[in-house]
Write a protein that binds this ligand. Sequence first.
Ligand code: HEM
Length: 365
Amino acid sequence: MKAISMFRRCLSTPTLSQVKKLEPPGPKFEDLPSYNAYDPERMHLLWEDLSKQYGPVFQVKNSSEPSMYFLSDVQDIHKMFKVTAKNPIRPFFESYRVVRERNENNFFEQGKLGLMCQHGEEWWRVRSKVQVHTNKPQTIATYIPKMDDIGKEFVERMAKLRNENNELPDDFIKELYKWALEIMALVSLNKRIGGFEGSEDSKKLTEAADKIMANIAECEYGDKSWRHTPTAAFNTLKENHDFWIRYTESEVNKCYEELLSNKPDGSKPLNVMESMLLTPGLSRKDVIITMMDFVMAAIDTTAQTVAFTLYSLASNPQQQKRLQQEIDSIGGDAEDGLTSSQMANIPFLPNRFLKKHFDCFPQVH
Ligand code: HEM
């Protein structure tokens, strides 16, 4: 099976109301195996087992909320994304949204909870303005020199971590998470956090991000009584979420102050945070929330993508060689640093290798 995608509450769309009429088979939520029956980090195995049992379209019925529908045919998934593109409704992260809705840290304005928690018009208000910058090559290119530095530091670090057999440690994935946080901090906190050197800030941010992700999983898959009474998992999620949002607030405020004193005149391209801060219709809080959502959406996905990419390359030495030759032919020894035009000339990795790779190892189910 290549991929499983899940959606819920999209039933207003014509295609999905047809699905409703068809009433695909599937178990009731309360009949699902208990949370502990599957490793929380391998929940896709549960969905895979159910899809073997019920077929390529199945539902999980829930008495208190709309059914969840699961697709495992790539064509169906493609159609579902297309039909819901303008108004996607992502069912997970309910606990993340509830932390923001309850607003115990008095940060959020009513109904303005960020890309990962909103749907409909409010989602589009922010999304339509953010994507102008995140899709602009000139804006993205502002990160290349520093991203390149991070990449070089990481490669040097990998070389040092190798043992006498040239192998990396078993917990190498932790290193990839450090790298992912370092590059995401560059975008969403507008600075290096010194994760490779183990700075105090990077330790606190890493611990808080880990706790946010782990406790979202626990709230979403486990005991749901936090909906009525805060549980330990919900409280830990809330505390660490507060830490991240306040930390991000302070860095976005610094960036804003610098922008005011530098008075940009358009001669130098701005990065994503700077561009968003100067976008009419986006408030400072919109920027802070979006920056935090970037990190939460990007760390797992990016680190796991690189982990599986390295695995695929190691398992396919010929393809690895081809990629190496391609990179060497455009980059040489890259002593002067990577440029955006060099990056645009690496067609094999993004166009062929990564497409095939995502087909085999979809990072988000
Ligand atoms: C290879 C790495 C990545 C993968 C596989 C990935 C995958 C995804 C997927 C499948 C979605 C849900 C789309 C949907 O339901 O419509 C998503 C949403 C999102 N991703 Fe990524 N992502 C990756 C990297 C990133 C990065 C680097 C960032 C930030 C710079 C990011 C930020 C977001 C945000 C903010 C959303 C929510 C968007 C919205 O609701 O408008 N992702 N990602």
